[in-house]
Design a protein around this ligand. Structure first.
Ligand SMILES: Cc1ncc(COP(=O)(O)O)c(C=O)c1O
Length: 388
């Protein structure tokens, strides 16, 4: 089993950071790559024309390996998940009477593009509600599958729900989407890097990930897979590097009609970011050193006691089979003042997030049982206060 990896990070000992779903701490190696990136442009004569391609291609290669994809050119370098969703929306022919399937309380970057399509083209946004009581993962999944029909143009989902880690069975949802010829769009931000993701099995039409959480990368850069459905699409913006032949800087004014193959056309402008891209590379190299099944096993091992403890004071949570080990929600009993809990947690330097009705806990390999114990102590103490 994996051992704690705190030595790779700069987290102080008295900080109980259980909040990777908010943002990962930057690993030391990744920070060093960023500093080297800044230094590099102090001497721009050291940046050569081929460098505008090599680092982004290396990042594509690493991410492709992480998600079991043979062709790295199907990976685009994007600035944010919203950008990847906008690419999909831009390249979808919506027609009145169609519907788009999302889950309730999905992350806004994977909803606003669909709301706009609904407003503009008369498409129905079908939001699949979560069942009222816990556990609800299995039933919620069944409802998603039921909601997809022959008029579905897009199914937009995620491996785990960002607020409380409810798992979605993407192989089953994807199979139903394919049967109905709907595009299957996956926001992998809260899962890829923390749990295995196999493109060959899930077969999404697009997989879109911000890098600053479980991929351990910096903010403002992400990666997206676009499948054959988008091969002849148009990017959101046009620049030199999306076009064939742009390696030859001297001739780039010989404007080209042809894009580069695969998903490179969906890269954002100035994608050869000499600070963020080396950081992304170092981050992906780190993630690839770990077996992601073992990341799940490790997170489960340090939180086993927590579930027993919080159940005894009335917290609800999803069944183990239907929640992430790295991301889960604790639903407090009604007598507990969740804002007061949040304040106490901060006093004890325990960092988690309040998302919807849940206290969202998201451990990683830099955590250990001491972090979880600090969390449990506050939750138990607050449940005694609340029940007085
Ligand atoms: C599921 C999910 N997707 C995407 C994002 C980030 O989206 P964007 O890169 O568009 O800001 C987050 C951030 O919390 C998230 O939880």
């Amino acid at each position: 089993m994996l051992t704690p990896q705190k030595h790779l990070f700069s987290l102080p000992d008295n900080l109980h950071y259980l909040n990777c779903a908010y943002m990962s701490p930057t690993p030391k190696r990744v920070a060093e790559a960023g500093v080297a990136g800044i230094a590099r442009k102090e001497l721009p004569s050291q940046i050569h024309s081929e460098d505008f391609f090599t680092d982004s291609n290396r990042a594509r290669e690493l991410f492709a390996r992480l998600v079991n994809l043979g062709d790295p050119q199907r990976i685009a370098i994007i600035p944010a998940v919203s950008y990847g969703m906008a690419v999909v929306a831009r390249n979808t022919r919506f027609e009145q009477g169609q519907n788009i399937v999302v889950t309730q309380n999905q992350f806004p970057s994977n909803v606003y593009a669909w709301r706009e399509a609904a407003r503009r083209y008369g498409v129905t946004l079908r939001t699949v509600k979560a069942p009222d009581s816990l556990p609800r993962g299995e039933e919620w999944n069944a409802r998603v599958i039921e909601a997809i029909d022959r008029n579905t143009i897009i199914v937009a989902s995620a491996p785990v729900h960002w607020t409380d880690g409810t798992r979605f069975d993407l192989e089953a949802i994807g199979a139903r989407a394919r049967d109905c010829d709907a595009a299957f769009i996956v926001d992998g931000t809260q899962a890829v890097g923390a749990m295995p993701f196999d493109l060959e099995k899930v077969k999404p039409d697009a997989l879109i990930c911000a890098a600053y959480k479980w991929l351990l990368g910096p903010y403002s850069i992400g990666v997206a897979y676009f499948g054959p459905r988008y091969d002849d699409g148009v990017p959101l913006e046009d620049d030199t590097f999306k076009r064939v032949g742009s390696e030859n800087f001297r001739e780039v004014m010989n404007y080209q009609d042809r894009y580069r193959p695969g998903a490179v056309r969906y890269d954002s402008g100035e994608r050869a970011n000499f600070i963020l891209t080396p950081m992304l590379i170092a981050a992906l190299e780190q993630v690839l050193r770990w077996d992601l099944d073992e990341v799940q096993t490790y997170c489960r091992s340090i939180t086993t006691e927590l579930f027993t403890e919080v159940a005894s004071v009335g917290f609800g949570f999803e069944d183990e089979a239907w929640r992430g080990a790295h991301l889960f929600g604790l639903h407090p009993p009604s007598h507990i003042d969740i804002e007061a809990v949040s304040a106490r947690l901060r006093e004890r330097s325990v960092f988690v997030s309040l998302r919807g009705a849940a206290i969202r806990v998201s451990p990683h390999l830099y955590n250990d049982t001491a972090d979880v114990t600090a969390l449990v102590e506050v939750l138990r103490a607050e449940s005694r206060v609340g029940s007085r």
